[in-house]
Design a protein around this ligand. Structure first.
Ligand SMILES: [Fe+2]
Length: 278
């Protein structure tokens, strides 16, 4: 290990002590990828990065995602903001980010990881939270692991958006239904050998289970996985760099003033493996 690291919580989150030149050189990329999967979310502070540098850094970690189903942003750049002038295509999807989710569950191979930097901060609120779904799985009783490993879950864009937009228009429903519906195992056995819970608001229902029972189980598991010991809450400062493993965590943002212009710049890495069952 050449990077100096500080664990932020015992089960999730690590701060990297590094600088822009080292990050752009690619010399610590392999180490960052290893830490990412171990710790779920990594941050570095005081890293002044422009869009070009953020894109170049992201490329040191894997294949830059340009949008598997629909094109996302400008050469991989997604502006995370409610300001429709800044992001006319995707701003209407962001209300869903207030609920615990994984990104890209509508894809056969969900994105591996995301690199996020703030450009405009909210005056209050707007912290981003990350829950470690590897740790949450590891702590389940063995008998429950065995039964969960058999289950398959249907993920839909409607399920991920409706809690945030309960009064959706017909046009919004039509847009949501233009995205693929995917069925993934509830427990993912990663190529690394680790297992994680695949939980997200996009989880519509469990295949073959009564809807009431399915709803109760998904809610109970989400409550389990978002207990304080599994969650890191990030309070943004300018020049933060944050990377998370989308395949083994959930994330959400805490409420903030939607008119304040808060804006984060996001580059994402293509997924590298399908959601394999146990
Ligand atoms: Fe997200």
């Amino acid at each position: 290990m050449s990077l100096t690291t500080i664990n932020l919580k015992p089960r999730v989150g690590t701060e990297l002590k590094t600088d822009l030149k080292t990050l752009l050189s690619g010399s610590v990329s392999a180490e960052i990828r290893t830490l990412l999967v171990q710790r779920g979310v990594l941050i570095a502070r005081g890293i002044e990065m422009n869009d070009e540098q953020q894109r170049a850094f992201t490329r040191t970690l894997g294949n830059l995602r340009l949008g598997a189903v629909k094109k996302e942003g400008e050469e991989g750049l997604m502006k995370v903001t409610f300001d429709k002038k800044e992001n006319p295509t995707y701003a209407e999807f962001f209300p869903g980010t207030f609920f615990w989710h994984m990104d890209g569950t509508y894809e056969a191979i969900p994105p591996f990881a995301t690199v996020l930097t703030p450009r405009v901060l909210s005056p209050s609120g707007g912290q981003t939270e990350f829950a470690n779904n590897y740790a949450a799985y590891d702590d389940l009783p063995d008998s429950e692991k065995a039964s969960l490993e058999k289950l398959q879950v249907v993920h839909t864009m409607q399920a991920s958006q409706l809690p945030a937009i309960p009064d959706a228009t017909v046009a919004q429903f039509a847009l949501w239904h233009s995205y693929p519906v995917r069925t993934h195992p509830l427990v993912w056995r990663h190529q690394s050998g680790r297992k994680s819970l695949v939980l997200s608001t996009s989880a519509s229902h469990i295949v073959g289970m009564h809807p009431a029972e399915s709803h109760a189980l998904l809610r109970r598991l989400t409550s389990w996985a978002t207990q304080p010991q599994y969650v890191y809450q990030h309070t943004w400062q300018m020049n933060d760099l944050l990377i998370w493993d989308n395949t083994g965590t959930m994330h959400r943002v805490l409420p903030y003033d939607l008119d304040c212009g808060r804006r984060l710049h996001r580059f994402t890495l293509d997924g590298e493996e399908t959601v394999a069952s146990v």
